[in-house]
Design a binder for this molecule. Structure first.
Ligand code: ADQ
Length: 487
């Protein structure tokens, strides 16, 4: 798959924290790269079909970066991160400062100047790497909160580029964003783009309000106008930038095809049998993250068991929690809390052979996820805050047999679109319990009606539609600078 390639430039460049490949080193020291199965890769595949493109990102291990290489038509350009960069830029500023700040301060964000300095430095490295591979007038699509300074750092050296940025996570209200000591620099960084895409209209509005409050920018509709600053710092030139919602979706056709495979269906049957063929399987699938509301969900399940409203072996709850960010303190604490709670619930409510809560702290192949979704009679997607939540979209797509029910938190981006779900406020444990029971007890017809509407929604607006909409919005955004040749 890997072959060295000569230096050249590309008309379409993607930049994300991670490259879309994972390296494995065999016992004999031989390196192999495999494409990571994420949604972003699928989305980008569809937009890269007709053009050659480069992807700039970290290869996933600290130290020297490999030389750029080709993966089919895609040029991969690794950005090096030292162990200290990973600690300060990624685990520190991205996941210890920005992640909690942008998710409603569910845990308190930590502000460290040393983390910020490295974040700035790494963003500059990304901008330089992009500038090197981007052809004259190229389109550049920058992804996510780890790279918020890249648009301006890139614009300053390459005014000829068309730059878009998409935020996969929420953008916080100005009242929270204003806590950030480096708020003005972040906003100036973002305004280097021509178009800023968000999951929800509220996220776009939050960004616009922050630009007004922090930078004194003005806005008309969804276009922010910033007069610039004559201070020689990055992102000082005047800009007009559109900020709007372009919600992400999944490769619905691909996921449905996967779910349809006889081996997946057989596996679903096997899983159900191994759970003791219960009447109702409740399922949660999340990265083990404090934003996902797993503790609140377990509280609701525990109370339902206490009330006698549910009990094994008739009703069982399966929680899949993917290991995540285990070097960040808040994540280690959460893991301990959740594992303690699951142990307590099972101690109180399981019997030999009848487990109340099945807890799986593992990552699975896509086929296994599709099988699990088919087993779930009620899917519990109850984050306290989530940019979108693709699990909700995957679940309804996997259940094209018409069965199942989706309980969905109002605080997800998905809830904006998936109105036919059983919507809930996960902070309201009583309300959450009632919603879970409704999703279990509603008539077959009512559940099928809801699932039909949800499936249709995801099928018609899939990841390809998302990527197309983003690129169209970028193309027509107002901030297009006069095309100037690079000196
Ligand atoms: P995430 O917070 O990672 O993404 P999400 O959208 O739910 O959250 O995507 C998780 C993905 O991982 C899904 O495709 C799911 O199937 C998969 N997954 C979960 N557990 C797994 C396991 N144990 N094994 C294998 N796969 C597993 C961020 C934002 C979201 C936003 C996405 C995309 O936080 O709000 O929806 O980006 O923009």
């Amino acid at each position: 798959m890997v072959s060295p390639a000569p230096a050249r430039t590309y008309d379409f460049v993607i930049a994300a924290n991670r490259l879309p490949v994972d390296r494995t080193v065999g016992p004999d020291g031989e390196e192999t790269w495999t494409t990571s199965p994420g949604g972003l890769v699928t989305a980008m595949e569809s937009v890269m079909r007709d053009r050659e493109a480069a992807w700039v990102g970290w290869a996933g291990f600290p130290g020297d970066a490999p030389e750029p290489f080709d993966d089919g038509p895609l040029r991969l350009c690794p950005v090096p991160l030292s162990a200290e960069d990973v600690e300060h830029y990624y685990e520190g500023f991205s996941n210890g400062t920005l992640w909690p700040l942008y998710h409603d301060v569910i845990v308190p964000p930590t502000f460290h100047r040393s983390w910020w300095n490295v974040y700035r430095e790494v963003n500059r490295r990304f901008a330089d790497a992009i500038a090197e591979v981007a052809a004259e007038g190229a389109t550049v699509w920058v992804h996510d909160y780890q790279l918020q300074l890249v648009p301006a750092l890139l614009r300053d050296q390459r005014p000829d580029l068309r730059i878009g940025w998409f935020n996969h996570i929420p953008f916080p209200p100005v009242e929270l964003f204003a806590q950030l000591p480096w708020r003005a620099t972040i906003l100036r960084g973002l305004l280097g783009a021509d178009f800023l895409g968000f999951q929800r209209p509220d996220d776009a509005r939050n960004l616009i309000r922050s630009c007004r409050a922090v930078l004194g920018a003005t806005h008309k509709g969804d276009v922010v106008t910033w007069a610039g600053a004559d201070d020689g710092r990055p992102g000082a030139s005047p800009r007009a930038v559109r900020a709007a919602s372009i919600p992400i979706s999944i490769d619905a056709a691909g996921f449905r095809e996967l779910a349809d495979q006889p081996s997946v269906k057989a596996r679903a049957k096997e899983i159900r049998e191994s759970l003791g063929n219960p009447d109702v399987v409740l399922l949660g699938v999340d990265r083990l993250d404090y934003t996902k509301g797993i503790r609140h969900r377990l509280r609701a399940i525990e109370e339902l068991l206490e009330d006698g409203a549910i009990s094994p072996p008739e009703v069982v709850f399966v929680q899949v929690a993917t290991p995540s960010r285990e070097r960040v303190e808040a994540y280690r604490t959460l893991k301990e809390q959740i594992e303690g709670t699951v142990g307590r619930i099972n101690g109180d409510f399981s019997h030999l052979g009848d487990t109340a809560v099945h807890y799986l702290h593992q990552s699975y192949p896509r086929e296994e996820m599709a099988a699990l979704f088919q087993v779930a009679d009620v899917m519990l997607v109850t984050p306290l805050r989530d940019g979108m939540n693709l699990v909700a979209k995957e679940y309804v797509t996997a259940r094209h047999d018409g069965g199942g029910a989706l309980v969905l938190s109002e605080f997800t981006g998905a809830a904006e679109e998936m109105r036919a779900a059983y919507l809930c406020n996960p902070h309201d444990i009583t309300g959450l319990k009632e919603t879970i029971l409704r999703a279990i007890r509603d008539t077959h017809e009512e559940k099928r009606r809801r699932m039909r509407s949800l499936r249709r929604q995801v099928r018609t607006y899939d990841v390809q539609a998302w990527a197309d909409s983003f690129l169209r919005a970028l193309e027509v955004a107002p901030g297009r600078p006069a095309r100037s040749r690079r000196s």
